[in-house]
Each structure stands twice: as C-alpha cells, then as structure tokens.
Design a protein around this ligand. Structure first.
Ligand SMILES: [Zn+2]
Length: 191
C-alpha cells in the first residue's frame, strides 16, 4: 500500500473510550495508550478538567502514583482552542471526561471530523448509577470501548458502581477514597 494511502486511512478519526467506576485503573490505561503513541513518534496532547484538583496543577496522576503532564481546561470548549486546526495527526487524551458533561460531545466530534485519534477516560455512571454524559452519547459513537472493573469495597467482587460516601445531591463531588468507594451491583446503594 502506498504511504499516502496509509496516511489518509489514519486521518479518518478514531474514538477510544476507557470507562468504569472510580479506582478501576482508567487513568493508568489512558497513560499507557498515550505513552505507546509517543513511542510510535506520534504527537500527543493530554487534557483534564480544571475542576479535578486531585492531580496537582498540570498532570494526570493515577491512583498507583504514575503521572503524565496534562493541560487543565476550564471548559470543554477550550479543547478546540487549545489544538491548532492543522494538527491533524495529533492523538488527544482527555482524563476525567465526565466532569465536562454533555459540553464535551461537540468538541470531540469536531476532533474526529478533523481526523484526530481521541481517547477519553471517565466514569460512565453517576453516584445514583444513572448514565453520565458525555458517555451515553459518545459510547454509541466510539470505535473501541474498554470497560474496566474495580474491586467492591464491601465484598471484594467485581465493582461497576461508584458509591458516594458523603451526603450531597450535587451531580459532581470531587473526591478520592474519602468520598467514594467502588461497589458491585449487589452492594451498591444508590442515593
Ligand atoms: Zn459487593
């Protein structure tokens, strides 16, 4: 196959989604994929929501302590502003994608239209166990979906839910092990 044909095949855009409850290793898998892309000499840009203050100013830190530099974004619309339109071959990673909500859908579609490979990591179900945008929409459009399980904090079974341990009706409460616990379907208590 001619090289220009191969390159044009690479330009069709690709959406990969890594989702699951908290403490499932989603950021670790995101970092692994982005490091692999870097080793393949591809340009990589990594973003995270500014509201996620757990990881320090400008990096993704996974729970086992691995880290990767990431640009904090105030809102999903800044994603397109942060990437020059000429950067077609760029691999774009977004951690904690659920913090952006449905506002992330349009910028992700635009990046795919431009031919970018986009990798999103985040929680696809909220603390009540309900679908959490942008995931319901973007999971339908993804080329690859990786669902990761954590270990249930009560029984040790495979956990699919993020149990909120603090009292709050807010859709988003930023927190770690002090505020959330991974739970299996049987041990999960919505609300
Ligand atoms: Zn359980």
């Amino acid at each position: 196959m001619r090289r220009d044909t191969i390159e044009s095949l690479d330009m069709t855009g690709r959406l990969e989604i890594i989702c699951g409850p908290m403490f499932a290793g989603k950021s670790t898998e995101l970092i692994r994929r982005l490091r692999e892309a870097r080793h393949a000499q591809l340009d990589v840009a990594v973003f995270k929501p500014e509201t996620d203050t757990r990881s320090g100013a400008a990096s993704i830190r996974t729970h086992p302590g691995d880290r990767l530099d990431a640009l904090p974004l105030k809102s999903a619309s800044r994603l397109i502003e942060a990437i020059p339109s000429a950067d077609r071959g760029l691999v774009v990673g977004v951690d904690e994608a659920h913090f952006f909500g449905s506002e992330l859908i349009a910028p992700v579609r635009e990046l795919l239209r431009r031919g970018n490979r986009v990798i999103l990591a985040g929680v696809e179900r909220d603390h009540r166990g309900q679908p959490f945008e942008p995931f319901p929409t973007l999971l339908c459009e993804a080329d690859e979906v990786v669902k990761m399980a954590a270990v249930c904090g009560v029984c040790g079974g495979p956990a699919v839910h993020s149990q909120r341990l603090v009292r709050s009706d807010a859709a988003i409460v930023v927190g770690g092990a002090e505020s959330y616990q991974a739970r299996c379907r049987r041990c999960f208590e919505p609300g």
